[in-house]
Structures are given as structure tokens and as C-alpha cells.
Design a protein around this ligand. Structure first.
Ligand code: 1PR
Length: 584
């Protein structure tokens, strides 16, 4: 039996009703312009249904990783009902709309599935709604992403790309602070903590949309971080990726007035935090078990008679531990992916699925992302491989060897074919979902002109007194050197669509002597996408050193965390003491 139609009660709701009817007019005009043939909204009457309170309706149109959000909802004790038809929206008690992928593609799917009208009617009626990321952007009039493209038109404003000319790296990736502009209930616990953002486009505050804004975030300028009107909420950040703080946002939406489950230390978030990332190099050992391993300069075998693969633990357990310890992200690298076919490597997909059940920070996975023909002669595109990783819980995929080949080809021909794995995956999932992992090795030279690649002047001279070095890219886990430098590669892959660079260094890997500052500076100054410094961390001071001397956005370590030499929290305390903002 249906419950009575929803009625407005507060004056705020009345204001919403009048202003949103102008939005609806705008939407209709938009739709007319787009020659869409939709039924009149009058045909849809939105009613609160008698569904149990423990069910939340999810509008997942299948464009990316929504597994984490599903896991977070289930973790909080709720069941999920997926939207199949417009009526599912009409009958929802609570609707979550986690937009993923590109703006135009999302609008296209909503239109083709006939969901636009029901969605607008649902929001117009002030039914409980939470939009996430693109789910916020789509509420606006239009977006410049591959456009202009019309949105739902419920909120005045145009979604535009961040301006990178002022030195801010785009995409905006990482943990940033909110400035709360009005009481928003779901943000009650967020106040002084960081939340996780990953996007290249944003909506800006204006006189016309100021009544909607519940918080802003500063990144170059103040953009809209969340909106709220009555029961309608939308956030640009990812609550399902924002640890305990994010879970509390979801909990407050699902169960209004519920307090935060876990008491956190006092928050002091003010800007984009530097990230500390735990990395798990994963491979199958000689017994066939998937283990976390760790090499010295990429050699992961013990120097014993048995010469076995070094085993430092189980991937899912360790990832869970690092999440609890405060890692801002967890990265899995399937280090033998270059020779195995990842879709045949089901344990790796299983690792992601299990990890994403309890780990609510971003997960990156790399290894073996390339086109592949299996033993039965069936061709699998790199996009298929990446899609499987996203479906299994990855937020970002990382490409190593295949990005080197793509960059070499691009530099040789000057043509972007659109066919490389890098280009294909970033086109469908957005640049922010594609990391390029670089495995360079230092090569000393006497003079910069000795090579065609960019060199640096080194502090510690080479074996024959050389004062300069270039960084040669490698493929297949460092086994093969290629005729391309890390500097040239970084710039090429940025142009081809990479959203972030994971910068390893074979010479420093596992040595514990600190990051290669010269290399990190070279690359982070060469590109305008975020750079993750990796390889060589041995003490907390190495993290402040890399952040003070380079513009790296994040620092990644493996060995010191696996061997429990330095806890993640000690790294963060040290950084805070040095005045470097991190997420607590
Ligand atoms: O080429 O697309 O299949 O990707 C393979 C991926 O696997 C690449 O990202 C490559 O970096 C990685 N990889 C391949 N072989 C190894 C190896 O170690 N034999 N691991 C390997 C790379 C480097 C870091 C390491 C840091 C920090 N490991 O990820 O975790 O150096 O270590 P530290 O803190 O202990 O110094 P493809």
C-alpha cells in the first residue's frame, strides 16, 4: 500500500518549491532544445513508499566503481535496491545517486533509460536525495566537460574545469578541508576534518545558487563542495572514500540524527593535505599463494639456497591494517602482471573485492593493463581489463609498461591515435582514474649533451665522477631499459590522458636511504598533474624531506610499513610537527 503523497512542511521547503519550479521550467526548455521526447512530469506522482527504512535506492548506471559505495551502505547496515525503472525512483524512500564517469555520458544514460523526468520530479518533491561527485554536478544547468552539455538544470550555474594556469594541479586529487556555509545535518561531523576529492571539473558559487550552498572547498578558488535544500543533498567529495568521517556523512543521510560512531582526535583541516600511501607489491609465490612481497631494487627473491619470493603477508589483511593505521590510499601492484593475463589472475580481482568491503579510502591497482589475446585466441582490450578492476573495487588503475610504449609512439609520430590503453581508459573513466607508474633507473653522464634526454646535476657524483644523470624508463618490472627518459615520458603521458604519476626509482627501491629528491623534483616540475613520490623511504624524516624540497602531492612507501619499522601514524605526526598538513 502506498503512503500519502509527500507534503512540504517547513518554510524552507516552500521556498525550495517555488525556486525549483523555475528550475523545472529551465529543464523543460533544455530538454526541448535537445529534442527529447519525454512524458509530462505531471504523469509521475512521487510518493513516499512503504519500503522498509533499512533499504536505500541506488541509481547506478554502470559507469565505474560503485562497489565501494555499495560496500559502505551495507557496512552501515542498509540494504540496496537498484533503480531499474523510473518507478523505482518514484517509489524510493532514500535515493543515492553516485555519478561516475563523464558528464555527457551520464546525461546520455539517464536520458536513454528515461530516468531524467523521474529524478527531477523526485528532487522537486524534496524527497531524501544524496548526489555524489558527478551526482552533484548533474544537478547544475550545464557542464563544459566535452561540451557544453546540458544537465538537469535544478541549480543555476555551469560546471567548469579547474584552472591549472595558477599552478594548482589538475585533477584535484586528495584530502581537502570544507568551509561549512550553513547547517547541513549530514556534514555535522565533518567540520574540521579532511574529505576525499577526485575531479577535474567543479561548480562555482554565485548569487543565483548561493541558497543551495552548504559548504565550499578551496583549491585555487572556492568551489562548491556540497549543496543542500530541505532533504536534497549533494556532495562533490566521496564520502565512501573518506574513512570514518565519510561514513558518518553517509550514516547521517541514511539515518538522520545518528551520531558519529568513532570519536576522532580534534581535526584541524585547512587545505589540501599531503597524502601518505601504503603500497603492496603483490605476486604469486612458488607455492601458488598470492603474497605481498617487497624487493631491493626490484629483486624480490630471498638470497637463500631456495631463492624463494619474499613473503611479507596477505594482501587483504595488510590493506585492512593500513586503512586502520591511517593510510590515505592503498595501492596494489601486481608485479608480474606484465607476463600474466590479469583477467586470468582472479585472485587479484578477489583481493580488490574483499579489500573494498572494509577499506574506505581510495584503492589503486596496477599490473598487466594492456591489450591481450588469451590462449583461446580471444582478444581482450585494456579497457576490458581496467573495467574489471573498477568493477571489483578499484578507484584508479595504474599503467606501467604499456604507457611507456604509448609515450614512445606518441613522441615518434606526434599523433595521438586514441588507441593506447592510456587514452582509451581515461576517455571512458576520466583522467583522474588513470595513474601512470614509472620505473626509471639512473644513468650517469659527463655532460647534458651526451644524451637526448633531460638530465639533472647530481649531488652525489657517479662512479666515474659524472656530474649529471638522466633517468631511463624501463618496462617489465625493470627488466628492460627503453630509449626514453622519465622526464619525456611524464610529459607525454600527461598529454595522452594520465591523471597522476606514480614515480618509482629502481636505484632507491627498498634501500631506506630516502626518496630520490632530484628525480622527484625533475618530474613534479615537468607536469601539472599530481606526482606520487615512491621508493626509498626509511625514516619519517624522508617524508618531510620530499615534501619540503619538491612539489610532490603524495609519498608512497612499502618496506618500512611491511616490516613495521615506522607506523603510518608516526609519519603523520612527524609531518604535522614540521608544519606539513596531513589528514589525521
Ligand atoms: O608494467 O603495467 O604490468 O605494471 C607493473 C607494475 O609493477 C609497475 O607499477 C611496476 O612499478 C611494478 N613492479 C614490477 N616489478 C616490480 C618489482 O619490484 N620487481 N614493483 C614492481 C615496483 C616499486 C614500488 C615500491 C616502492 C616503495 N615496486 O611500488 O613499492 O619502491 O618501496 P620501498 O618503500 O620499500 O622503497 P605493468
Amino acid at each position: 500500500m502506498e503512503a500519502p503523497p509527500f507534503s512540504f512542511s517547513s518554510s524552507q521547503s516552500l521556498a525550495f518549491r517555488s525556486s525549483s519550479s523555475s528550475s523545472l521550467l529551465f529543464l523543460r526548455a533544455n530538454l526541448r532544445r535537445n529534442r527529447l521526447n519525454l512524458k509530462s512530469p505531471r504523469n509521475l506522482s512521487v510518493r513516499a513508499s512503504s519500503n522498509g527504512d533499512s533499504v536505500v535506492t541506488l541509481l547506478d548506471y554502470g559507469a565505474g566503481n560503485v562497489r565501494s559505495l555499495r560496500n559502505a551502505i551495507r557496512y552501515l547496515g542498509f540494504d540496496i535496491k537498484d533503480v531499474q525503472t523510473p518507478e523505482d525512483i518514484v517509489n524510493a524512500n532514500r535515493l543515492i545517486f553516485p555519478g561516475v564517469g563523464a558528464f555527457a555520458a551520464a546525461m546520455d544514460v539517464l536520458t536513454k533509460k528515461g530516468l531524467v523526468e523521474a529524478l527531477c520530479a523526485y528532487i522537486e518533491k524534496d524527497r531524501p536525495f544524496l548526489g555524489i561527485c558527478l551526482g552533484l554536478q548533474l544537478l547544475f544547468e550545464s557542464s563544459e566537460e566535452n561540451g557544453p552539455v546540458n544537465g538537469l538544470g535544478l541549480i543555476p550555474g555551469v560546471v567548469q574545469r579547474f584552472d591549472s594556469s595558477n599552478g594548482f594541479r589538475v585533477p584535484h586529487i586528495g584530502w581537502n578541508a570544507l568551509q561549512i556555509r550553513k547547517d547541513s545535518e549530514i556534514l555535522n561531523d565533518v567540520g574540521d576534518y579532511h574529505v576525499y576529492f577526485v575531479h577535474s571539473y567543479r561548480a562555482m558559487p554565485s548569487d543565483k545558487n548561493k541558497d543551495w550552498i552548504s559548504s565550499t572547498c578551496n583549491y585555487g578558488d572556492n568551489f562548491i563542495a556540497s549543496v543542500r535544500r530541505g532533504n536534497v543533498h549533494a556532495v562533490q567529495f566521496h564520502p565512501e572514500k573518506s574513512g570514518d568521517v565519510g561514513l558518518s556523512v553517509l550514516r547521517r543521510f541514511l539515518k538522520p540524527k545518528s551520531p558519529m560512531a568513532k570519536k576522532l582526535p580534534e581535526g584541524k583541516a585547512s587545505k589540501l593535505a599531503k597524502r601518505v600511501i601504503a603500497c603492496l607489491d603483490v605476486r604469486t609465490n612458488d607455492k601458488g599463494d598470492l603474497v605481498v612481497t617487497k624487493g631491493d631494487q626490484y629483486d624480490v627473491r630471498e638470497h637463500t639456497k631456495e631463492n624463494e619470493v619474499r613473503n611479507l603477508g596477505k594482501p587483504v589483511e595488510l590493506a585492512g591494517q593500513y586503512y586502520k593505521d591511517g593510510a590515505d590510499e592503498v595501492t596494489f601492484l601486481n608485479i608480474t602482471g606484465f607476463r600474466d593475463f590479469p583477467l586470468g589472475d582472479l585472485p587479484m580481482l578477489q583481493v580488490l573485492r574483499y579489500t573494498s568491503e572494509n577499506v574506505f579510502v581510495p584503492l589503486t591497482v596496477g599490473g598487466g593493463i594492456r591489450d591481450f589475446t588469451d590462449v583461446n585466441g580471444r582478444h581482450h582490450s585494456s579497457l576490458e581489463v581496467a573495467s574489471e578492476y573498477f568493477r571489483s573495487g578499484a578507484d584508479k588503475i595504474s599503467i606501467g609498461s604499456d604507457a611507456v610504449y604509448a609515450a614512445e609512439e606518441y613522441l615518434r609520430t606526434g599523433v595521438k591515435t586514441g588507441k593506447s590503453s592510456l587514452e582509451q581508459i581515461s576517455k571512458v573513466y576520466g583522467n583522474q582514474a588513470v595513474v601512470v607508474s614509472i620505473d626509471p633507473r639512473r644513468v650517469y653522464v659527463k655532460e647534458p649533451n651526451d644524451v637526448e634526454f633531460k638530465t639533472v646535476r647530481v649531488k652525489n657524483l657517479g662512479p666515474n665522477g659524472e656530474e649529471f644523470a638522466w633517468y631511463q624508463c624501463t618496462v617489465s618490472g625493470g627488466r628492460e631499459g627503453r630509449p626514453i627518459g622519465a622526464y619525456e615520458l611524464a610529459q607525454a603521458v600527461e598529454e595522452l590522458g594520465a591523471g597522476e604519476i606514480l614515480l618509482n626509482c629502481i636505484d632507491c627501491d627498498g634501500q631506506g636511504n630516502g626518496f630520490d629528491i632530484e628525480l622527484v623534483k625533475l618530474i613534479s616540475d615537468a607536469v601539472s598533474i599530481p606526482v606520487i613520490a615512491s621508493s626509498g623511504a626509511g625514516a619519517v624524516e624522508h617524508f618531510s624531506e620530499v615534501f619540503n624540497n619538491t612539489s610532490a602531492s603524495a609519498a608512497l612507501a612499502a618496506g618500512i610499513f611491511h616490516r613495521k619499522e615506522v607506523p603510518i601514524q608516526s609519519v603523520k605526526e612527524h609531518l604535522l610537527n614540521k608544519g606539513i598538513e596531513v589528514r589525521i
